[in-house]
Design a protein around this ligand. Structure first.
Ligand SMILES: Cc1cc2nc3c(=O)[nH]c(=O)nc-3n(C[C@H](O)[C@H](O)[C@H](O)COP(=O)(O)OP(=O)(O)OC[C@H]3O[C@@H](n4cnc5c(N)ncnc54)[C@H](O)[C@@H]3O)c2cc1C
Length: 452
């Protein structure tokens, strides 16, 4: 489907005045009916395209426009509504309404003066510096990629995309907001008895504490509604991490008859017809044994990788495809005009969290603004800080704070190098004060990204 420029401007909320600012790349006919392939006229200044209107992308867009108002900042996002993953476990258990998690993109773009297009990015050409979308093309001077994660089901289903998709639909991982979360909530509401399995992957994944928090909130839902079910956590680690003591205490003290925590247990296969998972359990003497566990409902989290766009841009490494960047600016090693932030980042000691994506958004905004203004590249930055709360019922939470600092070290060849060192402070004593802190933190983050 193709659109005329007028349709696109209307759809994007751009004014005709905005058009007058630049010259169009294609010739518009008298009735403006001929579709243009460029979705925006050329800007007078530099154009920064942000792919992904999530935690990293929206932060970068806001602060870049603030720090370099002369630049044109364009956010490309495939969804038509922002739905937060943080707080979604509380929503799953019916403790907050959906409204609490959702925001509209248009108000943020209007409030902060950047352009927003709802469109899907399908290609990135680094030679011509052009992004291709389902709506048309867009040239860039600088590109910020914050497209998040993708799922990799190959360990369970090889190259069988049909089975992979079936697993995603029947056992939603719910690490991506929106549809999967709604599907999982429906399954929870229809749950009558049996096992509710939550499985955790054995490699880096989005929001490490999220599955443990989800287990507590599902158990809370069972308890509140008198549902006879077991929540079985299958974890390849020896104990929950982070916040292990706090989660284990909550499981034991709040939900002793509901939650079963299975350490050293990795899901290696799924039989969707029989509703069973195959689990490799590593015993204390390092021997392994296979178990089969049946489920009524399963929240199976497969291996995570970076969004396909990182590979498409040619700025990734390895099978999981995480972006490869220079410290501390998130400028990719492969292309000085492309920056990767958020959960797609590889090689840094940062957890994949919204708080970190937000902090990285601030850093790239300053870095690109400096380049645009002809200022020196930032040498020292306030590194992103992570604060993460996990709710355990309708009132109480535990938390972790991670600060990062730059330190001098030696690399494998004995040369001086700068490393980023994390320092963790866990608060494993659950409290209502931390429960309240969860919502204050979330409102603060939403304020930073949306203004409210
Ligand atoms: C259950 C749960 C609880 C969590 N709780 C917390 C918490 O308490 N605290 C915390 O800090 N973090 C938490 N997180 C993690 C947090 O949600 C992520 O770390 C954060 O969303 C990462 O931001 P991002 O910008 O990298 O990706 P996202 O926020 O996922 O944004 C990526 C965007 O890119 C868009 N996109 C992708 N491909 C394309 C394309 N081809 N074209 C156009 N658009 C595209 C996507 O639609 C998406 O909107 C939680 C996550 C989960 C799942």
């Amino acid at each position: 489907m193709e659109f005329s420029r007028r349709d696109l401007l209307k759809a994007s909320g751009l004014s005709v005045a905005a058009l007058a600012l630049g010259t169009t790349a294609t010739t518009a006919t008298a009735n403006d009916a001929v579709p243009s392939t460029e979705i925006l006229p050329k800007p007078t200044g530099k154009r920064v395209v942000v792919i992904g209107g999530g935690w990293g992308g929206l932060t970068a867009a806001r602060y870049l426009k603030k720090e370099a108002p002369e630049s044109e900042v364009v956010v490309l996002e495939k969804r038509d509504i922002f739905v937060s993953c943080p707080i979604s476990n509380e929503w799953l258990a019916g403790e907050v309404p959906m409204d609490f998690l959702t925001r509209d993109y248009y108000s943020a773009a209007k409030n902060f003066g950047y352009q927003f297009f709802q469109t899907t990015v399908t290609g990135i050409d680094r030679t011509s510096r052009t992004v291709t979308t389902t709506t048309g093309t867009l040239e860039y001077d600088y590109l910020i990629l914050s497209p998040g994660i993708r799922y990799d089901y190959s360990k369970w289903f090889g190259n069988d995309t049909l089975m992979s998709e079936r697993c995603r639909q029947e056992c939603p991982p719910a690490l991506m907001s929106g549809n999967e979360h709604i599907a999982l909530k429906k399954m929870l509401e229809e749950f009558e008895e049996g096992n509710f399995i939550i499985s955790i992957p054995d490699t880096a994944y989005r929001c490490p504490p999220a599955p443990y928090e989800r287990a507590a909130m599902v158990a809370h839902y069972f308890q509140k509604n008198g549902i006879k079910g077991k929540v079985i956590i299958l974890d390849p680690k020896a104990k929950p991490a982070p916040k292990g003591p706090g989660f284990l205490a909550a499981y034991k003290e709040l939900y002793p008859d509901i939650i079963e925590y299975h350490a050293n247990s990795l899901v290696t296969g799924v039989d969707l017809d029989k509703k069973e998972v195959k689990v490799k359990v590593t015993l204390e003497d390092d021997r392994t044994e296979m178990q089969t566990i049946s489920y009524t409902t399963a929240n199976l989290i497969p291996t995570n990788g970076a969004s396909e766009l990182i590979k498409l841009a040619g700025v990734s490494a390895g099978k999981t495809g995480w972006g490869v960047m220079n410290s501390p600016t998130f400028q990719t090693k492969a292309d000085e005009r492309i920056f990767v932030i958020g959960d797609a980042v590889g090689g840094y000691p940062y957890p994949k969290s919204g708080a970190i994506a937000n902090g990285q958004g601030h850093i790239v905004a300053t870095q690109i603004a400096n380049i645009i203004k002809g200022l020196p590249s930032i040498k020292e930055v306030t590194l992103p800080q992570n604060i993460c709360y996990s709710m355990l019922n309708d009132k109480e939470a535990i938390s972790i704070g991670v600060t990062f600092s730059l330190m001098q070290d030696k690399d494998l060849n004995g040369n001086d190098t700068t490393i980023i060192k994390p320092k963790m402070t866990e608060n494993n004593t659950r409290s209502t004060a931390l429960g309240k802190g969860t919502h204050s933190w979330f409102k603060g983050m939403m304020g930073d990204m949306f203004g409210a």
